[in-house]
Design a protein around this ligand. Structure first.
Ligand code: MET
Ligand SMILES: [Zn+2]
Length: 773
């Protein structure tokens, strides 16, 4: 191995995987349904990989030298690593069939097996399959898929670079299996796992790989089972061992998704040939750069600068990005231009968007445009700044024009945000609110749902027909009113106490609002993988946000007109709207959040004027945006909680404000949950058997709380006894007058049959506990 052979100066860490038109999604789902066989699916996958590689080369990545990453996945990159390590949990040992059959069984479960758990990948909206490890988990290198892809690439004349989640990150993201002894931690098995990585590397070298990429985002996170300094020690240990592998490709060690600056000099000194640093979320270690310490550490190692943002869809300020590259070059460090992280979190190509405003489109860079930006920077590295001056100037001009465009800064919106005072984020005190809300006449252990009812095929058909113009506005509205009336009647029959209108009018809980607020745009093809074959189409928040007209009032008021029981008005909170959109990068998130909050505040006013007495503001993404970096967490919690309070604090004491949290562990941010100051908080809990109740009880939480007693993630109908048991667990820690009874989350993905049965049981369970059972 010669340390002087560098990676080409342009590369990316990964590329979207479902295909430009989600071809892979369709092929996999048809295979799942038994409409095609494995051979057909493998063929589609091969074609997609081949066209992706060819496309990346067309966009300017060199075909030689390992610049093109092999970032394909049938479902998830962590699951890929599980298969490559042969780390299939014992409970799946009885599965017969090909690797792919096992792979999908782990991902999705089958009749006899619960799938691996899924959880969010760092601070993104992507979910990975959590490895289950114990003392007996077998490890054995299974390089077949990696080697096959390398060979496919070689046949195309492309020397590609296999990508694998690194050993430390893999184990730190794993959980101990149910069979593990108390106290066992997956990371205890690091040395054995590293040995298997060594075998994978040897196999790749044997198959002709020049480079391999090992991703270690664990390096930037303070939210893992071990403190960050210890993660760095583990990485040092693992890569010292891997570096000594006799026959191996050159190693690119990446630290995406955050700030690895304090670890960088240490990483440079490891026996790897290249290290990538995320310079969008992170920075260069200034002192070490100035002192020459960084250059010394990187004397034999290339430092890839992740200057093009892989988390967002804005064109990168190329001049600033090139500045960072030049500084490294001047310091005598071999560098290359790359992305902050894999481009799997952005859509394919702005050129596919035919309906976007042309000016807005000119500001954007999806994956393909990001590759082009990387290629420009690489040319600057090779040929000098003058060679790319016209490209830098073009981006300067676009950014300058963007800043001046009408709608980017709206005076009225800014004046209003500037005038926000502390008092605007304060409701009346709890006592006063509790007294005023007596009028709502809500029983102890009140039953309710989270908002959405099943989105039936009929609803989706009507929405699509309306979208195509085949169904007129009048008819569509009539359809939705009938749907609302049906859902209200159903809830009364089931005996729920606090009702919802069912959200049939919403395509998505964020996009619905994005389409009605000024400052947002929506895309046609901007799909981003959320997990497996599932993708979402985040909206683009590009300008100052305001609300031209009420957004939900007509539906909620209609629902309330049909019943004497309270109907909850239903809004998506400011943090979640930001988290699930692509948000402008030209001002702090906190400022954008205030704008969204004020729009929601007006909506709440209008709902209350229309006779709504309870408003729920959902914040399922509150935990998701929590920075990986502990130093940044307090500031985040401050502005995110502040935005929620700004949205809700205009409500009079008699208006009951609810919020809803799900998808994450909230136990560790109970102070922030408390800080939201909602009168009632529903929170996902059934799947974890009420884990959150313990920290809530310990915290001395004083307002209403509804830990979910019905897991809506599966079609299984929980019995009365089962839900009763969960209510009792909660009641042991939380006083009955504070306790609400509700499912874990909305019911939109469920069918009606199971929904009615489950909610009927839920109501019976609540009544039984009320009656002292
Ligand atoms: C992901 S949280 C979902 C909340 C929304 N109100 C619903 O019921 O679907
Ligand atoms: Zn939810």
């Amino acid at each position: 191995m010669t340390a002087t052979t560098h990676l080409p100066t342009a590369t990316i860490l990964g590329y979207p995987r479902l295909g430009r038109r989600r071809e892979l999604k369709r092929a996999i789902e048809s295979y799942w349904k038994g409409q095609s066989d494995e051979a057909a699916l493998q063929q589609t996958a091969r074609e997609l990989r081949a066209s992706t590689r060819a496309h990346l080369v067309e966009l300017g990545l060199p075909a030689a030298g390992g610049a093109v990453p092999e970032s394909f996945s049938f479902y998830d990159q962590v699951l890929d690593a599980t298969l490559a390590l042969g780390a299939v949990p014992q409970r799946f040992a009885d599965i017969a069939g090909s690797d792919l059959v096992t792979y999908f069984a782990l991902a999705r479960g089958d009749r006899d097996h619960q799938p691996l758990e899924m959880t969010k990948w760092f601070d993104t909206n992507y979910h990975y399959s959590v490895p289950e490890i114990d003392e007996r988990t077998p490890f054995a290198a299974n390089p077949a898929q990696l080697v096959a892809q390398l060979a496919e690439a070689a046949e195309q004349g492309i020397a590609s670079r296999p990508v694998i989640v690194g050993p430390v990150t893999y184990l730190l993201l794993a959980k101990a299996s149910d069979e593990a002894a108390a106290g066992f931690q997956p990371i205890d098995r690091l040395d054995e796992v590293v040995a298997v990585y060594g075998e994978l590397l040897s196999a790749l070298a044997g198959a002709g790989a020049q480079w391999v990429q090992l991703d270690e985002p664990a390096l930037v996170s303070d939210s893992l089972p071990v403190p960050r300094e210890q993660t760095l020690e583990l990485v040092a240990r693992a890569y010292t061992a891997l570096g000594a592998t006799a026959d191996r490709p050159r190693i690119l060690l990446t630290a995406p998704y955050g700030d690895a600056s304090s670890a960088l000099a240490r990483l440079g000194a490891l026996p790897v040939e290249a290290v990538q640093a995320d310079l969008v979320r992170g920075s260069l270690p200034e002192a070490e750069l100035a002192s020459g310490e960084l250059a010394a550490a990187f004397a034999d190692t290339q430092l890839l600068a992740g200057v093009v943002d892989g988390r967002n869809i804005w064109k990168t300020d190329l001049r600033a990005a090139f500045g960072a590259l030049e500084r490294l070059q001047r310091a005598g460090i071999a560098t290359a231009a790359t992305t902050s992280n894999s481009l799997q979190h952005v859509p394919h190509d702005v050129r596919d968007e035919t309906r976007l405003d042309a000016e807005l489109a000119s500001w954007l860079a999806f994956a393909d445009q990001k590759v082009e930006q990387v290629v420009i920077l690489a040319r600057g590295l090779a040929e000098g700044a003058a060679a790319i001056e016209s490209e830098l100037a073009a981006v300067d001009a676009i950014l300058a024009a963007r800043a001046q465009t009408a709608g980017v800064r709206v005076d009225d919106v800014r004046t209003r945000v500037d005038a926000v005072a502390g008092a605007d984020r304060e409701r009346a005190d709890e006592e006063e609110r509790r007294a005023a809300q007596q009028a709502l006449d809500i029983p102890e252990l009140a039953t309710t749902t989270i908002g959405s009812f099943p989105q039936t095929a009929e609803i989706r058909r009507a929405r699509a027909a309306f979208g195509r113009g085949e169904l007129g506005q009048e008819e569509y509205d009539e359809f939705l009113r009938a749907e609302i009336a049906r859902v209200i009647r159903l809830q009364e029959e089931i005996g729920l106490d606090v009702l919802v209108h069912g959200e049939a009018e919403r395509n998505d809980m964020v996009q619905y609002f994005a389409e009605l607020l000024d400052g947002f745009a929506v895309t046609e093809h901007g799909w981003v993988q959320s997990y497996g074959t599932r993708a979402t189409r985040p909206s683009i928040l590009w300008g100052d946000v305001s609300r031209p007209a009420p957004m939900t009032v007509a539906w909620s008021a209609y629902a309330q007109s049909l019943t004497d029981r309270p109907v909850k008005g239903m809004l998506t909170g400011p943090v979640t709207i930001l988290a699930w959109s692509f948000v402008r990068d030209d001002q702090p998130l906190a400022d954008t959040a205030s704008q969204v909050a004020l729009a929601l505040r007006d909506e709440i006013d209008d709902l209350v004027d229309a006779g709504i007495r309870i408003v729920q503001v959902d914040e399922p993404a509150l935990r998701e945006l929590l920075p990986l970096d502990a130093d940044r967490q307090a500031a985040y919690l401050d502005w995110s909680v502040g935005a929620f309070r700004l949205a809700t604090s205009g409500a009079a004491p008699g208006v009951q404000i609810h919020t809803h949290l799900c998808y994450s562990e909230f136990g560790e941010i109970i102070d922030a949950v408390d800080g939201l100051d909602a009168d009632v908080t529903s929170i996902e809990a059934a799947r974890s058997r009420m884990d959150v109740v313990e920290p809530l009880g310990a915290h001395g939480y004083s307002r209403g709380i509804g830990p979910g007693v019905y897991d809506i993630h599966s079609p299984r109908v929980p019995s009365v006894e089962e839900q009763q048991e969960l209510i009792r667990i909660a009641a042991a820690r939380i006083p009955g007058e504070q306790l609400w009874v509700n499912p874990d989350c909305g019911l939109k993905t469920r069918g009606y049959e199971e929904t009615v049965a489950s909610l009927t049981n839920l109501v019976h369970a609540a009544r039984a506990v009320r009656a002292g059972a």
